[in-house]
Design a protein around this ligand. Sequence first.
Ligand SMILES: [Zn+2]
Length: 458
Amino acid sequence: MRCLLFACLLLSSFPSFALDRFQVEGYALRNGLQLLLKPGSDRGHVAIRLVVGVGIDDFSCAEKELPHLLEHLLFSGIDASGEGGLEERMQALGGEWNAYTSSADTTFVIEAPAKNQRQVLDLLLALLTQTQFDDNAINAAKQVVEREDGGHYSHLQRWLDRQDLGHTASNQLAVELGLKCQERAEVDQLTREQLEKVRKDWYAPNNMTLIVVGDLDRLLPAYLERTYGALEAINPTDHLPLPEIKASAAHERSLIHGFVGGGAKLHWLVPEPVLEDQHDETFDLLKDYLDWALYRELRLAHGLSYGPWAEREVFGGVGFMSLNADLERDDVAEAQEVLDELKARLLKDGLNAETFNRLKQAAIARQAWAVQGNSALADYYWGALGDYEDGRFADPAKELQGVTLEEANKAMRELLLQPGYLRIEKPLLSYDQVLWAIAGVLGLLVLILAAWRFHRRR
Ligand SMILES: [Zn+2]
């Protein structure tokens, strides 16, 4: 009987406990370290994410690679066995780790067997507190970062970037508007003192969030209190303000991308007007709508583009929506007309209610299966940290449900009424132009040969 009662209790509590992914046990240790602990549905495994609140946006153009370089350096070893020895320890625990530096944070990502979760966290703590870096380690890390960025930044690449030839359309626009650095950040000139300073100023418990999802050890809270709780808090450094639009950019421009080819890309980019409520949900739904409208017009109705797409991107403190299409070089003008007609029709008639509701329901339905398993859940919490309050993450399905057709129409009108920025990317020459050029050169050679023979005969 007792067993049955227990089973009933377990069965009734399990779905609400495990399936309510938005309810998470969260608290801060005395030193300010934020903890988010969530029992997951997969047994025998834990997903760990340590999010450090320092990213690329916290540094000026010349120093942008500092947090990324430091992230790599932290894997260079905690004792004489160096980088290899550190990796061997993780292998022995059956786990895997990696780290990522983004514009807003630096995050250590670990997957590990549940039974070794405390040892794995020990190793992560050792990496944070015991890594010593010398000049050799710094030079090795510099080489890796440089390779990740696409190899050595050559004089030619720098020159191309300055001539606007090295950037993609949205990046190029961001540079023009003063939202992004003109040249790629470099690692060569970064010093050990600078790296130590980043570590001292930002790698502190009161600037970190530790997320653990999965088959949690019941001693985990006490363990964390004893180990991670001993880290010393610092006076936090302020984040740099995000850049806003400072300069003006041309309404329309052609960008050269590649040398020879028959393709082209059309981009219409426009800053998103800031909405007071539900900004992201509204523009996410609008993006879905525009994505579908582009597909219907440019692919199904006119056959101009195989995979046109709408996209949301953020540069500095400004969000952009873009409408994009891959085209044949000769179809650019026609596609531009179709795009203009589409915008004019949307402004005149508004969003189609049936289409909007269908896409909205699809976006809500997606939420039911979008996050599967411990690792995806941990990643989800990492991405949604700003939406955590009173033990709960905001439920995206509810937020999407709250966006009305009227609000979406208002946002669409504010968006499409702007002139925006048109960017057309194409290679320097088309295949026809290359053929003509070759014919021209051959013709010239024939002429020279004829002139030479004529000259000799005389
Ligand atoms: Zn990297």
